[in-house]
Design a protein around this ligand. Sequence first.
Ligand SMILES: *Cc1c(COP(=O)(O)O)cnc(C)c1O
Length: 248
Amino acid sequence: MADLVSRLNDVRDRIARAALGSGRASDAVRLVLVTKTVPAERLRDVIRAGATDLGENKVQEGLAKAQALEGVVEGGPVRWSMIGHLQSNKVRDALRFASEVQSLDRLSLARELEKRLLREGRGLDVLVQVNTSGEASKYGLAPEDVPGYLRELTAFDTLRPRGFMTLATFTSDEAEVRRCFRLLRDIRDRAMNDAPGGEALTELSMGMSGDYEWAIAEGATIVRVGQAVFGARPLPDSHYWPGAAGTT
Ligand SMILES: *Cc1c(COP(=O)(O)O)cnc(C)c1O
């Protein structure tokens, strides 16, 4: 537990320094702690240490942990983000725990979310996932499809588009990783100028354990970090992202 909290504090320090280094306030970047494979019991420790934002990429796992942690208020209430590919038939369960979906990647998903949200009489913050790496195995819209998609989203009253999310190419090549982040930032900047309701599209969710400092340097407003806080996962990334190589 001491280890966990000291790693969390180290990541927070690095985020704050990177934000300052990019000319922003030290608290300008939101940390979403990615909890996949981490048991709910260990999450209590980070929540006690002040973590407020948790992210899951599998619906059943997220729902089970959110329910296990219900009533844990030390350090304040937590907010869950859905960050992985969301199948339409899991929308209902996703909305039982997630207050934000960062992986909006197709029109049919927007339709399913809208249908369910209308029934529940509420809205939802969403980020549009963009495939900036060009890898066929990655989810997300092709960059050139983003403007049209944003226009189509205006038809959905319950969805509040807040910006964009991406996964960079899985490589240790800094130039290639930063190219992906810069591409997402360009897409965001253009959308803020041109898209309907563009002024609300401020968020850039990019950067994970291996590359969040580069992402912040390129303008990330949200980073999604798991292993740097919780330790290495037992399963390789290829389990979560078909086509991803290696374990980092
Ligand atoms: C797992 C995951 C992360 C975090 O990866 P780490 O290597 O644990 O930091 C970020 N984003 C998504 C979509 C993920 O599935």
